[in-house]
Design a protein. Structure first.
Lengths: 336, 286, 382
């Protein structure tokens, strides 16, 4: 059940046109501002975009379809491992080879795991997705083909090549590549969420029995949502592999699976751009906290989670939206 | 043959520790539909407090057990009364909140007890080994098996044979109905949560005989508990016992016979069970 | 939507402001473990670094030294992030750490062309030599444990069972034991691989074959202690040879272990009871400064930092990588650990000690019983 503010946030009402201006402004900022910042900040922004994408894709299954998955890192990691394996065993850095393959592998894994996981729901769904993620983790740990000799995981990854002679990507150009991919994906997700398919998914989350009585094949809808969400996680994973210079079994395990969930919840799982806000909050807070206090930073991060739940229950995105509304109404009324 | 018995005993003793941690989590999940990711940290706090009492202050081991259980129990109660009570039907929020507490409580434990791991410890009369079929076997492990079985019987009795137990089970099936019958579900829930956390703390001290206590235990044991709950099924003491024993024994034999694949055997078992019976071996609901 | 933009802007602006920093002093970065499985080691390593810096008044050639410490969190990915932060944002040219072998391998490709000096804290793999910007102290994984293999054979043992933690570091350390032992004519008849983070060694102890001795490596204190206790509980009688125990098990832990640890032997790069004027003085100074007897960890970071400072003295405070490296591989120091020098690829050449757990004057100590001087991994170029 959503409150009025969440409804307004997440999809346009009948006949209402989407207010494009703020979105365009946001995009412009993301394009222009980093050019003036150091390459270190650019790489932090890249990281933020990658996780925002991961969280947005995750939220298609989580927020829209109500599928509480605790194993999405499996698809994220699958994407990353694909490009890593291509680099390790075939020596190729080519983006146009690695990325599509990575997405394909991630989608296949999601398709397989989805069939197993969607046999149950609720808490069991959470447990099953967790189990499947851990299984993939232990496979990556043990199978020597998936490891650089001498360590767990694959090291020595680098920014991709794009096949243009003489042009190599650096931090800045990679940031823009990631930005481009993210914007395309956000747009695709927006179209999916606001299509009849998307509305059906939300309907299934809010009342599956009702949708079934209306003739919908609810299992199929949930499955497709799950697989698409896995595909987007795979895209994020591919980008992450390039960004991180290293992919390890941790990126398949529950520690990484938690991240998009936390980001979506903190930012507001019922809202479209909530996960992006959540990603920004978590990444920047974690950064600041661990710089300020290398020993006690988990207290700050944990405290943030607790406070967010207790005081901004529907997500920081919604909290800020309400705050904004309050402020603008206040000023609006004084003008009159 | 003796090798088989030794492996079996290893599996059972480890399995009992798993049972202790998983039973609380499973019952809370089943009765209150609460996902408490901080359950593993409660186990760890129990272990640390038990160590402080039994080793640092040299008090009898039983006191350490009690202290560990109480410390975990009250921490859990604080968690439930202060925070989880407001989040009853919201699994998302529960996940994030309890995860936040994992961070907080783990770091606080690091602060209080420092990063040095605590060695396995046990009661004076339980240290040393006795002879089984010509091989030495630690007394403490034998005691763990016995204590675990006793706890299992007590909990099963509580669940199936007492008024409180039937109230909990009624609440599991239909909370509104139970409340309509005049049962104060709030109090019942608080009690259940306290008992579950107490058992986790107790498990922490018992498990410390085998594993010691250290600051990454919180998450490690949580993962194991989740696996046991998946295998045994949500909501029942029997499920946690069966799951714990199964996982413990498979793990022990796996390590002895296929050392390279140890982690794998556990996850593999879990997946097989999931494919065959998604709600676990003795799960209450499908 | 507007609040989104405001929110974004706020974060970006505060981030840029926070990150803008002047850079005049000589910056040294350190990646140490403050959270995670090796959480207790971070402060110990830091002590060694701090002591070396303080001995130089926190200055070198007139430039003040600024130490920037980051948490490795026991995760190679995090180490990589921190390394990037140190190199790209803080613009350091010298990084001390990280500790873990897999973190080394994760960071090495990134660090390869950054012209930054980076060190290990407790051995590194032989692969680090080819990058020529790693200081591998006290030696390679193999070099550390070769003396234990030699010692086992010198003690009359001819067969051995090995318990090896199943990851790169574990394989590396035990390979040294095997090379040392079999190189002198011994035979390893069984190697049992235990997963990292094994809680319960019971199942493994129950399967050990009969040999003259058992050698083991597990990656941290908790596991070492559990392994030893469970070894005794299961009544295994073979002599036990640990590898990195003297660094892993300080006095407090040894006391906890009690009789279980007496008689266990291991090797150590450093042992505080080494009777030598330089060492005796250093131990006293460390006890006065930090209130506790220094162990191998503080010693390692102290010696590494001292070597770097010695090289910086030669270059006159110039931290340009090529100059620094050239000076560093020529450094020869008399450290509390023993004489120290380096190979052209940055591998340290140090003495190796064999120690035995004993109770002396009511205190649990690791007593040095043998020295193997100037140990060098045979695969390393001189």
């Amino acid at each position: 059940m959503k409150t009025a503010s969440q409804e307004a946030f997440s999809r346009p009402r009948q006949g209402q046109r989407i207010n494009l201006a703020p979105h365009v402004a946001g995009v412009v900022i993301l394009v222009i501002l980093p050019a003036f910042l150091s390459s270190y900040i650019q790489s932090v922004m890249t990281r933020f975009l990658i996780f925002a994408l991961f969280a947005m894709g995750y939220n298609l299954a989580f927020g829209c379809a109500g599928l509480i998955s605790l194993g999405h890192a499996a698809y994220f990691g699958a994407g990353g491992y694909t490009i890593a394996v291509i680099k390790l065993h075939y020596g190729s850095d080519l983006f146009w080879v690695g990325a599509p393959l990575g997405i394909l592998v991630a989608t296949l894994v999601a398709a397989m795991f989805g069939i197993i996981a969607l046999r149950v729901s609720g808490i069991y769904f959470l447990l099953v997705t967790f189990a499947l993620g851990q299984l993939l983790y232990s496979v990556a740990w043990n199978v020597s083909w998936l490891n650089t000799p001498g360590m767990q995981g694959i090291a020595g990854l680098s920014l991709p090549t794009v096949g243009i002679a003489g042009f190599t990507l650096n931090t800045t150009s990679f940031y823009y590549l990631v930005l481009l991919v993210s914007l395309i994906c956000f747009y695709l997700l927006f179209r999916i969420t606001n299509s009849p398919f998307g509305r059906a998914i939300v309907g299934i989350r809010e009342g599956e029995a009702r949708m079934r009585s209306l003739g919908y094949n609810t299992w199929l809808y949930k499955y497709i949502a799950f697989v698409i969400s896995g595909a987007f996680a795979g895209i994020a994973g591919v980008l992450f592999g390039y960004y991180n210079y290293l992919i390890s079994p941790t990126h398949l395990g529950v520690g990484t699976s938690f991240l998009p969930m936390c980001m979506a919840i903190i930012g507001g799982a019922g809202t479209f751009l909530g996960p992006v806000i959540g990603a920004a909050v978590i990444i920047f807070v974690e950064l600041f906290a661990s710089i300020m206090t290398p020993e006690r930073w988990p207290l700050i991060l944990g405290g943030l989670f607790v406070l967010a739940i207790m005081f901004a229950r529907e997500g920081i995105g919604v909290y800020l939206w309400r705050l904004w509304n309050k402020v603008s109404h206040h000023y609006g009324s004084t003008k009159n | 043959m003796e090798q088989f018995i030794i492996n079996l005993l290893n599996g059972l003793s480890y399995g009992m520790v798993l049972f202790m941690i998983a039973s609380g989590m499973s019952v809370v999940m089943g009765a209150m539909n609460i996902i408490n990711l901080a359950h593993g940290v409660l186990y760890m706090i129990g272990g640390y407090v038990g160590w402080t009492i039994a080793v640092k202050f040299g008090a009898p081991f039983v006191l350490g057990l009690l202290a560990g259980g109480l410390a975990a129990g009250f921490t859990g109660l604080m968690l439930e009364r202060g925070f989880l009570r407001h989040l009853y039907k919201q699994p998302n929020e529960q996940v994030l909140l309890t995860f936040g507490f994992v961070y907080i409580l783990t770091n606080l434990s690091l602060w209080v007890w420092g990063g040095w791991p605590r060695m396995p410890f046990t009661a004076k009369f339980l240290s040393g080994s006795f002879e089984i079929l010509g091989r030495a076997y630690p007394k403490a492990r034998m005691a763990t098996i016995i204590i675990g079985l006793v706890m299992a019987i007590v909990l099963w009795w509580l669940q199936d044979k007492t008024r409180v137990g039937s109230m909990v089970r009624a609440g599991m099936d239909n909370k509104e109905m139970a409340m309509g019958l005049g049962i104060n579900m709030e109090r019942v829930f608080a009690l259940v949560f306290f008992v579950a956390s107490f058992i986790a703390g107790l498990g922490g001290v018992l498990g410390a005989q085998l594993l010691g206590v250290y600051n990454t235990l919180g998450l490690e044991i949580l993962l194991l508990a989740l696996i046991v709950v998946i295998v045994g099924g949500v909501g029942s003491v029997q499920g946690a016992l069966l799951g714990g024993i199964l996982i413990g024994v498979i793990d022990a034999f796996g390590r002895a016979l296929f050392p390279k694949l140890a982690m794998f055997t556990m996850y593999f078992t879990m997946i097989i069970i999931l494919l065959v019976r998604p709600s676990g071996l003795l799960g209450r609901r499908v | 939507m507007k609040k989104l933009i405001v929110f974004f802007l706020a974060i970006l602006v505060s981030a840029s402001v926070a990150f803008a920093a002047p850079e005049k002093p000589l910056k040294i970065g350190a990646i140490l473990n403050y959270t995670g499985p090796a959480a207790m080691l971070g402060p110990l390593f830091k002590n060694g670094i701090v002591k070396a810096l303080e001995e130089n008044d926190n200055k070198i050639a007139g430039r003040p030294i600024e130490l920037i410490v980051e948490d490795a969190a026991g995760d190679p990915s995090v180490c990589l992030e921190k390394a990037r932060k140190l190199v790209e944002r803080d613009k350091v040219k010298i990084i001390i750490g990280p500790l873990m072998g897999d973190a080394h391998l994760a960071i090495a490709p990134y660090m390869a062309n950054k012209n930054v000096l980076i060190t290990t804290l407790y051995c590194g793999g032989i692969e680090l030599g080819k990058y020529r910007n790693w200081l591998t102290y006290p030696t390679t994984l193999v070099g550390l444990t070769l003396p234990l293999g030699w010692y086992a054979h010198d003690s009359g043992y001819r067969t051995m069972v090995m318990i090896t933690s199943d990851y790169a570091g574990g394989h590396g350390f035990m390979k040294g034991v095997r090379m040392g032992f079999e190189g002198k004519g011994g035979k390893v008849i069984q190697e049992v691989f235990v997963p990292v983070g094994t809680a319960d060694f019971g199942p493994y102890h129950s399967t050990l074959k009969d040999a003259d001795c058992v050698a083991f490596f597990v990656p941290n204190t908790a596991e070492s202690a559990r392994l030893i206790i469970q070894y005794r509980e299961f009544g295994v009688k073979m002599p036990l040879l640990g590898t990195t125990l003297a660094a892993d098990l300080p006095e407090a832990v040894m006391k906890d272990l009690g009789n279980n640890v007496i008689g266990v032997r291991g090797q150590a790069a450093y042992i505080w009871s080494r009777d030598n004027p330089v060492n005796n003085q250093w131990v006293k100074a460390m006890e006065k400064r930090f209130g506790m007897t220094p162990g191998g960890l503080a010693n390692n970071s102290y010696c590494i930092t001292s070597a770097i400072l010695a090289a910086l003295k030669v270059t006159g405070g110039d931290e340009t990588f090529s100059k620094l490296w050239r000076a560093l591989v020529r450094v020869q120091l008399d450290t509390p650990q023993g004489p120290l020098s380096f190979t052209p690829e940055g591998f340290a050449i140090t003495d190796g000690y064999i120690v035995e757990a004993k109770v002396i004057d009511g205190k649990y100590v690791w007593d040095p019983i043998k020295v193997y001087p100037q140990v060098l991994d045979p695969r390393v170029a001189k």
